[in-house]
Design a protein around this ligand. Structure first.
Ligand code: PMP
Length: 367
């Protein structure tokens, strides 16, 4: 019998739920709002699709293994050099590659509880222990607690800014003083998957793309504001030595030619980006005002989603099921270690309105 190592047997298999079209058909829903995955409900960037259509005919040849055109564009956008950029099948793949590139046996990842679930999964799959400290009581990453928790085994610290699923940020001053005191042999990964939204919501949000630290890795994605989550493209910015290590461990021909082309198109699609961001900032304000009116507790958010804090996991499940029956798909957060919280993506105005109306009609007691 083949022995599967414990770090793999202990991981939960991904259990796909019912396909969304089946749920819609079973419940006979005529109106829906899919607000459970922080996707861009405007759809994909049209310029991304246009570029994909141009390269489909090249699908018999291998893609550029170093994604040069896209890396040049990303470097230009962020005022960095090409050798300070690596791209991957979503930023999640680059995060997974960090373990191969940098960790020796026994070295640990330090982060907070209550962040993006993939962080714990990929660390475990790569046999890297994760050391966690709690988020602050207002659901933010806690730089002081992280600093105090550093041990000789700490190889890297992961921060999501804004954090998914809480939406909270570490502000510029706080992040700078944190980075200033982290020893230079420890990598700090700042995951800015929701950067484009956060930058529009608050001037206090730190854009680390130009920060000069030898141990800093900034992660970004085209899955959110650019609307191409299915195509899988993300990137990292860091000093050349770190980028070179990440490039060495990536799969030779990742990302695909279609993903590279989509990134090339999306990055030029300023109109689509502006429309997406404007909608999010305006709708976030409106949606949160409605939550306040209805008496829901929520965390100030800098992403394209907002997290509601409820009294119990049971209350969350009750809302989840009631909302589903009304065509509104939202995300309970037990997998994120926050079972008493519910995350709702900011969608198009009519979808957010459907969600507000549904929340009003839910027959669940708010205490
Ligand atoms: N980081 C965070 C904080 C996220 O929320 C997500 C997506 N949910 C990702 C990374 C993954 O992004 P990608 O699609 O680029 O892999």
């Amino acid at each position: 019998m083949i022995e599967i190592p414990e770090n793999i047997t202990e991981l939960k298999s991904y259990k796909p739920g019912k396909p969304i079209q089946e749920i819609i058909a079973d419940l006979g829903l005529d109106k829906t709002a899919v607000l459970w995955n922080n996707e861009n409900n405007f759809g994909p960037s049209p310029m991304a699709l246009e570029e994909v259509s141009k390269v489909l005919g090249n699908s018999h040849v291998y893609p550029d293994p170093v994604s040069l055109e896209l890396r040049k564009r990303i470097a230009e956008l962020n005022q960095r050099q090409v050798d300070e950029v690596v791209v991957g099948n979503g930023s999640e793949e680059i995060f997974n590659n960090l373990f191969n590139a940098f960790f020796k046996p026994g070295e640990e990842l330090l982060t907070c509880t209550g962040t993006f679930v993939a962080v714990y999964i990929w660390a475990k799959a790569n046999k890297v222990p994760v050391h966690t400290v709690p988020l602050t009581s207002d659901y933010r990453f806690d730089p002081d607690a992280l600093y105090q928790a550093i041990t000789p085994k700490t190889k890297a610290i992961y921060l999501a800014n804004p954090n998914n699923p809480t939406g909270a940020i570490i502000e510029e001053d706080e992040l700078r003083s944190f980075l200033d005191k982290i020893p230079s042999h420890i990598i700090v990964v700042v995951d800015e998957a929701y950067f484009e939204f956060a930058r529009d919501i608050s001037p206090k949000y730190p854009d680390t793309s130009g920060w000069d630290y030898d141990n800093l890795i900034t992660l970004r994605t085209f899955s959110k504001a650019y609307g191409i989550a299915a195509i899988r493209i993300g990137y990292a910015l860091a000093k050349p030595a770190l980028i070179e290590a990440l490039a060495k461990v990536k799969l030779t021909f990742a990302p695909s030619n279609l993903a590279q082309a989509a990134g090339n198109g999306a990055i030029q699609d300023e109109a689509f980006l502006a429309k997406t961001i404007d909608n999010n900032t305006q709708e976030m304000e409106k949606f949160c005002a409605s939550l306040d009116e209805m008496g829901f507790r929520h965390v100030p958010s800098y992403g394209n989603f907002v997290m509601l804090e409820m009294d119990s996991a049971d209350q969350v499940q009750a809302y989840f099921h009631e909302l589903l029956k009304k065509g509104v798909f939202v995300r309970p957060l037990p997998a994120f270690g926050l079972p008493h919280c519910l995350r709702i993506t900011i969608g198009l105005p009519e979808e957010n309105q459907l969600c507000v109306d549904a929340l009003k009609e839910c027959k669940v007691q708010l205490s």
